[in-house]
Design a protein around this ligand. Structure first.
Ligand code: SF4
Ligand code: SF4
Length: 383
């Protein structure tokens, strides 16, 4: 397992492959414990708990008893339980009761990431950030009851508004190659609506690209939901591309987006966890999402770097995908953010070392003009 850092809040280290909680629902307490054992054995140390189901909270609390410090908990604020059912609420009294119930049932006095639950609409955003809800979240953070504040969303415009407030440390966002083609909507169901894909794909949606780059520039971590599009990406019939991706291609795609720290996967068994952890032993070909994307007639990422790494090895040893990532981040910000400058500085080889041999351009499936990118990077970073 590999780990990445959530930097804004005391460098919380999270596993690249993490868990959603849906796979636990309906299981016995013994199964909760054995699945948690398996997660730890595989090095998975991070879980999202969007559900307010009291059974989940009590059983998971039992599963982490005595080992709370080994797990990073992402618990939601605004996900409540009423009349035996899940309820998304902005009523601060209900929010408080649900959050306190979460702490109690989990047997802990803190949640690592307090995640404002599911904000897709602009009105909802304004209600939350303009009133008592955000005050409650800030108080939780001041008191150390949450270490970091997050927000979950499927809408890049709303998500960008939220991260621009400066209050958000972690964004939980739906990311996969298909969603990245879709314009923003307040309705999450639009993301896989076949009608929206009928004209083919031209490029990544600029609002999504802007969001990822903004987060990377500000050190805001993204953890990913819907990496497999609820399973649709894994099926040739259901995927809007008409081609099935495998799990490793989906994970690789997400982990190579700027700012992403983890992919939260809803594993239903120890076997499914083992399969996902097999990502690290999988061959390059098995992880290669570009092989799927670049061959599709209706899909054109022409000229845009997809950070797939196909151009490697560079004759001069430059990590071209990373240079392109830092270059795009800086161009998007209109300057070179300090963190990006630092990442660039510690690279072993820099864009200025490019000898213009052209080898990389022959290998790029997306026709990126790499030599020009290296020149631009040299101009911007100075070496
Ligand atoms: S330049 Fe091309 S091959 Fe290299 S990472 Fe970008 S898209 Fe992939
Ligand atoms: S053209 Fe530059 S970046 Fe590409 S392989 Fe040659 S030295 Fe590396």
């Amino acid at each position: 397992m590999k780990y990445r850092e959530i930097k804004r809040c005391g460098n919380i280290k999270v596993s690249e492959i993490a868990l959603g909680c849906e796979g636990f629902i309906g299981k016995s307490r013994e199964e909760y414990i054995s699945m948690t054992d398996k997660a730890f054995e595989l090095g998975i140390n991070f879980i999202d708990m969007y559900t307010s189901d009291p059974e989940f909270r009590s059983n998971f609390g039992a599963a982490i008893k005595g080992r709370r410090d080994r797990i990073v908990l992402q618990g939601h604020i605004g996900s409540a339980w009423e009349n035996g059912q899940y309820l998304r609420t902005r009523n601060v009294e209900k929010v408080k009761i649900a959050f306190e119930d979460q702490l109690k049932r989990l047997g802990t006095d803190y949640i690592d990431i307090g995640m404002i639950h599911y904000v897709d609409g602009m009105e909802d955003f304004e209600r939350i950030f303009g009133g008592k809800f955000i005050e409650y979240c800030s108080t939780l953070k001041q008191k150390g009851i949450i270490r970091a504040l997050g927000m979950s969303s499927h809408n890049p415009i709303v998500a960008l508004k939220a991260v621009e407030t400066g209050l958000i440390d972690v964004l939980m966002f739906s990311v996969n190659a298909a969603y990245d083609m879709q314009p923003p909507s307040e309705n999450v169901d639009d993301l896989f609506e076949s009608e929206n894909y009928k004209n083919g794909f031209v490029n990544a949606d600029p609002d999504r690209t802007k969001l990822y780059e903004y987060c990377a520039g500000k050190g805001i971590a993204i953890d990913v939901m819907k990496a497999f599009g609820g399973g649709d990406m894994l099926s040739a019939e259901l995927s809007p591309f008409g081609v099935a991706f495998n799990e490793y291609q989906c994970i690789e795609y997400c982990l190579t987006r700027p700012a992403v720290v983890s992919v939260m996967a809803g594993c239903h068994s120890a076997k499914e966890m083992e399969k996902l952890a097999g990502y690290y032993a999988a061959s390059k070909a098995d992880k290669d999402y570009s092989a799927v994307l670049s061959k599709m007639d209706k899909f054109k990422f022409h000229g845009n770097c997809m950070y797939c790494g196909h151009c490697a090895p560079c004759t001069a040893g430059i990590n071209i995908a990373d240079v392109n990532k830092y270059l795009n981040l800086s161009l998007a910000q209109g300057n070179v953010p300090e963190t990006v400058a630092d990442h660039y500085r510690i690279m072993e080889h820099h864009a200025g070392e490019c000898i213009e041999c052209g080898r990389c351009e022959k290998n790029c499936p997306f026709d990126v003009e790499i030599i020009n990118k290296m020149k631009k990077a040299k101009e911007i970073f100075g070496y």
